[in-house]
Structure formats: structure tokens, C-alpha cells
Write a protein that binds this ligand. Structure first.
Ligand SMILES: NC(=O)c1ccc[n+]([C@@H]2O[C@H](COP(=O)([O-])OP(=O)(O)OC[C@H]3O[C@@H](n4cnc5c(N)ncnc54)[C@H](OP(=O)(O)O)[C@@H]3O)[C@@H](O)[C@H]2O)c1
Length: 346
């Protein structure tokens, strides 16, 4: 395949015009450094972060303009002279925080996120340092592989980053967003029991099909934490809770957690001002742990698990064409999606 000198790309030009600040424009295909890998990107997926950046609602540092989206997948078309881990034809995914290789996040690596601090994945070609890519699981197509860098790695980090999930343990996942569905799939593959919450009866049926052992409607049962706890053996509570609701869910998570359990703080879909004091962690004898995606080492572990268990990410029925990325942002903003929302790249 001959590589052109220019390409189409979606650039976030600023944060004052909402999604109109997202511009589809021509740009150069990046030059390949000796440690770089040139990737023909075939798909990208969106995260709430991408929407928040475009709307000027993202609370962490960004450096615009940048090509949008942290999550991409594609095929290696050329490698620099010093590259050892990849060859032409390899299928790859991007690493969210390009500098986060292993261990804890550092001040330096937190500033290396694609689609905000570095050029993202919503373009035809990207050059990434070889340490900024991971081989895609062989059981996934490009669209499926594009869902992994942010939501999936975050769930993996929640379940394995501190106190690895064991078979037979109990996991609570909240709602049917990308992070929670990955956590459900990873937990079932690990032989754990899963209690899922949702606001919709239709989605409850899908959660059951995906393997959820129990589903609770959080609108019908606002005190779902106590209900979830009663479902666990001896009413002892859940070992892991994937906390994405923030203000609206924290009280319930604290009510459902087991002594010694972990509530992983990931998002605040329901607001960012929880009513509970952090001293509740002492009262409930549990760990409250914030995470920011995860390392390349964790992503590699996760990709092996996805391949070994033939896990397929839940992708929304609507996959958008490349020139309609802005429509994809609007569709997701209107919360019309189920699971991951993807864009195919020409
Ligand atoms: N810390 C990190 O590294 C990290 C990484 C990725 C994502 N995040 C954050 O994690 C959150 C989830 O991300 P996502 O990609 O999974 O989002 P998403 O796909 O947009 O999730 C949407 C779903 O969340 C559920 N939901 C909404 N409000 C809720 C509430 N008050 N209580 C319980 N569930 C609620 C709904 O499920 P139902 O329709 O079934 O009710 C909704 O369909 C976001 O805040 C995101 O910014 C953080």
C-alpha cells in the first residue's frame, strides 16, 4: 500500500463552539521517526471525555488544537529503523496515556493522553512511538479493537490494578456504558458473580444475555445498594464496585461494599458532589480508589485475556462513517448509544 502525503483528519480547534469546533480538514501524513510506527487507522471509538473536551467541560489539562479521540485501531504500514516490537501488517490499538508504560501513573505520563495533549486517532494515518501502541487481540476486527484503549483498560485496571479479582467474588457494575459493560464481561470471564444496574427494562434483558447474574433497575429501586448486598453470600457485600455514577451512586456503593472491598472511582455521570464523607471508607472498612485509565502493561494483559476468552466488545448497532464523526458526537451526547460508539475510518 502506498502511503499518501496528506490525509483527512478531525481536529478539535477549540472549546468555545461545542461540536462545531470539531473540524474535518486536510493535514500532512506524519513523518516517521526512527522509533515510530506508522499506522493506517481503520476505526476510532468515542468516550465521554471526547465529548467533554469539545464542549469545554473536561476538567484536566488539554493543549488544543489536536486531532480528536484517544481510541483508535488499525494496521501497521511502516516502521522506523529502531522499532523492534512491530512489523508491517500487525494489527494494533493506541495506548491512551502514551507515556504510561507500567506501574503507577506519573506526573509526566498523565500529560501524554491522545486526543487532548497529543494528536489523537480520528485521522487516516498516525505515527506513534512503538511504546504508544499495543497489538490488538487477534479475535477482534478493527472496529471492535478501537473500543479498547480507554473504557476497557479502565475496567481492567479497576478489577486487576490493586487487588486482582478472584473467581467467585462479587462485582457490581453501574449502568450500561462502555466501562461497565467491559467490567461485566471481564468479571464473567474471570468466574466472578455480577450484579448490574440499569434504568431500563430492555437494557436489563441485554445485561442478562451478557451474563449478569442479577440486574437491578436503579430508578425503580433507589436503595439498590441494600438490595445488591442482600444478593451476596451472607449479605456480606460486593468485593469490587465499578463506580461511574458519582453523586447519585456513591451512597449505594458504600451500602453494597464488603469489608475489605474496593470501590473504584471512575466517573461522575450523575454529578460530582457525593453526599457521603470520605470517612465512610473507615466506617465500611473499604478502599476508595481513583483510577485514570491504565498502563501499557495492563492493556497487554487485558488483550491476552480478551483473546483467550474470545470476548467481543459491545458495539452500538450504529457505526458512523468517517465524514460523519460530528453526527457520532451528537448521537452519543443525546445518549442514544448502547456500549461503545465507533467510527470507521477511510
Ligand atoms: N477514570 C477514568 O480513567 C475513566 C475512563 C473512562 C471513562 N470514565 C468516566 O466513566 C464514566 C462512564 O464512562 P462510559 O464510557 O462507560 O460512559 P457512557 O458509555 O456514556 O455511559 C452511559 C451509561 O451510564 C449509565 N448512567 C448514566 N447516569 C447514571 C447514573 N446516575 N447512575 C448509574 N448509571 C448511570 C446509563 O446506563 P443505563 O442507560 O443502563 O441506565 C448510561 O447509558 C464517565 O463519567 C466517563 O467520563 C473515566
Amino acid at each position: 500500500m502506498s502511503v499518501p502525503s496528506t490525509q483527512k483528519q478531525w481536529v478539535i480547534t477549540g472549546t468555545d463552539k461545542g461540536f462545531d469546533g470539531l473540524v474535518f480538514k486536510e493535514g500532512p501524513v506524519p513523518k516517521l521517526g526512527e522509533n515510530d510506527v506508522l499506522v493506517k487507522l481503520h476505526a476510532a471509538s468515542l468516550n465521554y471525555r471526547d465529548l467533554a473536551i469539545a464542549k469545554g467541560m473536561y476538567p484536566f489539562p488539554i493543549d488544543l488544537p489536536k486531532v480528536a479521540s484517544s481510541d483508535g485501531a488499525g494496521e501497521v504500514v511502516a516502521v522506523g529503523s529502531r522499532v523492534t516490537q512491530f512489523k508491517k501488517g500487525d494489527k494494533v490499538c493506541t495506548l491512551f496515556n502514551q507515556g504510561h508504560q507500567y506501574g503507577e501513573l506519573t506526573i509526566e505520563s498523565v500529560g501524554t493522553a491522545l486526543g487532548g495533549m497529543r494528536e489523537g486517532a480520528l485521522r487516516s494515518y498516525g505515527a506513534f512511538p512503538e511504546t504508544g501502541l499495543v497489538k490488538a487481540p487477534s479475535n477482534l476486527n478493527h472496529v471492535e479493537a478501537s473500543t479498547l484503549p480507554c473504557a476497557a483498560v479502565t475496567s481492567w485496571n479497576a478489577l486487576y490494578g490493586l487487588k486482582p479479582l478472584k473467581p467467585g467474588e462479587w462485582v457490581i457494575v453501574q449502568g450500561t456504558g462502555g466501562v461497565s459493560l467491559f467490567a461485566l464481561q471481564f468479571a464473567k470471564a474471570a468466574g466472578a458473580k455480577v450484579i448490574a444496574t440499569t434504568s431500563s427494562a430492555d437494557k436489563a434483558a441485554t445485561l442478562k444475555k451478557l451474563g449478569a447474574d442479577h440486574v437491578i433497575n436503579y430508578r425503580d429501586d433507589p436503595n439498590w445498594g441494600a438490595t445488591a448486598r442482600k444478593l451476596t453470600p451472607d449479605g456480606a457485600g460486593a468485593d469490587h464496585i465499578i463506580e461511574v455514577g458519582g453523586e447519585h451512586t456513591m451512597t449505594q456503593s458504600l451500602s453494597a461494599v464488603k469489608y475489605g472491598g474496593i470501590i473504584t472511582l471512575i466517573g461522575f455521570l450523575g454529578g460530582a458532589k457525593p453526599k457521603d464523607s470520605i470517612l465512610e471508607a473507615l466506617n465500611k472498612i473499604c478502599t476508595l480508589r481513583g483510577v485514570f485509565v491504565g498502563s501499557r502493561e495492563q492493556m497487554e494483559d487485558m488483550c491476552r485475556a480478551i483473546e483467550a476468552n474470545d470476548i467481543h466488545p459491545v458495539v452500538d448497532k450504529k457505526v458512523f462513517p468517517f465524514d460523519q464523526a460530528k453526527e457520532a458526537y451528537e448521537y452519543m451526547w443525546a445518549q442514544k448509544h448502547f456500549g461503545k460508539l465507533c467510527i470507521k475510518i477511510d
